[in-house]
Write a protein that binds this ligand. Structure first.
Ligand code: NDP
Ligand code: HSE
Length: 433
């Protein structure tokens, strides 16, 4: 660190990188007042130096050579907003090896290789902060690590992917077409470079792995997160959910009962009375329940240039403050609890089932018998004509049932002749237990 200036190596000048430059330039005076130092973006790594940019930077700042940042003795902090695992992970490890602090928005990297990166950082006395990796502009990681440090978290439920929430909201409120809204979300800079990560729930699963690790103090792997995306949620599902008083959201759920935990991502019916049901568009929210504090909820923009960049630059401010205090690399607490994952018979929830059945006598009785045999009782039942009255559509909301039992029920429904098709099976959250 030069006397009065901290020099930053910015990796990536796309949606988030551009926002970082705008905030560092536009808020320079405030940043300097808070840290006592000037923050200068010294080098910016991009893939294509010829690309037209909608931000102005000095000509000698852009580079396509990562060594100009990671091997540059003038650079104190690397801000990584390239994304992906390769070559980014190598750049991070090399930067840490050279004693540089890191701020990143990369949930892929932190969910898959966070332990390795954090342990390297500890070895080298460096900070690694990744607030923007979950919830965009919502300071949720800081809330978990600092705000809830005195409590024991029992449940986190999150709408943690802006792209899918934008799609689901437009489908639900405007009857919009899935493919068109996805394209819009891409144009707005919300989606990942491969939007499959958004729609198949992988992005949300990575974020839930990070929340699970920090909230429950266990080493959550991505493989521990059961994951299903929104691609098979139909307009009919959304309409039926509404009819019953629910919105469908791609929901991350992390739950702890005693020492047992489970973390999952799936389309979920959320009761309209629950605050998560009214989180719309690109907004994200994380509901956190603590043994002592009870219910809390954190809400804000989950993606986009400036919201995400605020989280990145706030991490940068923390690195600079730590540097002034000489405490870099001392703040992080490694997971200290053993991980005990629930099995399917221990994961309990309410469920929504939609079946297409033959419209003949005895079918409903057969269905309810199968449910009763598996200890599944019903909260709501709706039956209506389907396919011009040639078949019936049966919509069920169950009381609490184990995941094992409900999956066994679905398998039996798929096998019996009178059930033509099991159209949908979703978890249900909120409302009466
Ligand atoms: P973009 O695709 O908009 O930008 C990526 C940038 O990285 C581009 O400037 C690109 O260069 C550069 N880049 C890509 N690969 C390389 C490489 N191999 N070497 C050098 N430079 C490279 O991504 P975003 O800004 O949207 O996302 C960045 C990160 O932030 C990701 O990890 C993402 O998950 C995360 N994030 C994004 C949010 C959002 O709202 N977009 C919100 C929260 C997190 P060039 O410009 O030359 O093509
Ligand atoms: N693609 C991500 C989303 C970006 O839509 O939420 C923010 O992490």
């Amino acid at each position: 660190m030069r006397e009065n200036t901290v020099k930053i190596g910015l990796m990536g000048l796309g949606t988030v990188g551009t926002g970082v430059v705008r905030i560092v330039q536009g808020h320079q005076e405030d940043l300097q007042k808070q840290t006592g130092l000037a923050i200068e973006i010294a080098k910016v790594l991009v893939k294509n130096a010829e690309k037209e940019r909608n931000i102005s930077l000095d000509d000698d700042i852009l580079t396509t050579d990562p060594a100009d940042l990671v091997e540059n003795p003038d650079i104190d902090v690397i801000v990584e907003v390239i994304g992906g695992i390769n070559p980014t992970k190598q750049y991070m490890l090399q930067a840490l090896e050279n004693g540089k602090h890191i701020v990143t928005a990369n949930k892929d990297l932190m969910a898959l290789h966070g332990a390795e990166i954090l342990s390297k950082a500890q070895e080298k006395g460096c900070d690694v902060f990744y607030e923007a990796s979950v919830g965009g502009g919502i300071p949720i990681l800081r809330a978990l690590v600092e705000g809830f440090s005195s409590d024991r978290i029992t449940k986190m439920m999150g709408i943690v992917n802006g792209t899918t929430n934008y799609i689901m909201t437009k489908m639900s409120k405007e009857g919009a077409d899935y493919a068109e809204v996805l394209k819009e979300a891409q144009e707005l800079g919300y989606a990942e470079s491969d939007p499959t990560a958004d729609v198949e729930g992988h992005d949300a699963a990575r974020k839930m792995a990070i929340l699970g690790t920090l909230g429950f103090h266990v080493d959550m792997n991505l493989d521990d997160v059961d994951c299903e995306g929104i691609s098979r949620v139909s307009a009919e599902d959304i309409a039926h959910a509404k009819q019953l008083g629910y919105e469908i959201k791609l929901l991350g759920i992390a739950q702890r009962d005693g020492e047992l935990i489970d973390v999952s991502v799936q389309p979920t019916l959320v009761a309209r009375s629950h605050p998560l049901a009214s989180v719309n568009g690109v907004f994200n929210a994380v509901y956190v329940h603590g043994e002592a504090v009870g219910e809390t909820m954190f809400y804000g923009p989950g993606a986009g240039e400036l919201p995400t960049a605020t989280a990145v630059v706030s991490d940068l401010v923390t690195v600079v403050k730590n540097k002034k205090l000489g405490v870099n690399g001392r703040g992080s607490v490694a997971p200290y609890k053993e991980k005990h994952l629930k099995t399917d018979d221990q994961i309990v929830s309410k469920y929504f089932l939609r079946l297409i059945v033959d419209d003949k006598r005895g079918v409903l009785a057969q269905i309810t018998r199968i449910l009763a045999d598996h200890d599944v009782s019903l909260e709501q039942v709706l039956q209506q004509p389907y396919n011009d009255g040639k078949q019936s559509e049966i919509i069920l909301v169950t009381h609490q049932a184990s995941r094992k039992n409900i999956f066994d029920v679905r398998k039996l429904f798929e096998e019996i002749d009178s059930v033509y098709e099991v159209k949908s099976l979703y978890r249900v959250e909120g409302g009466e237990e």
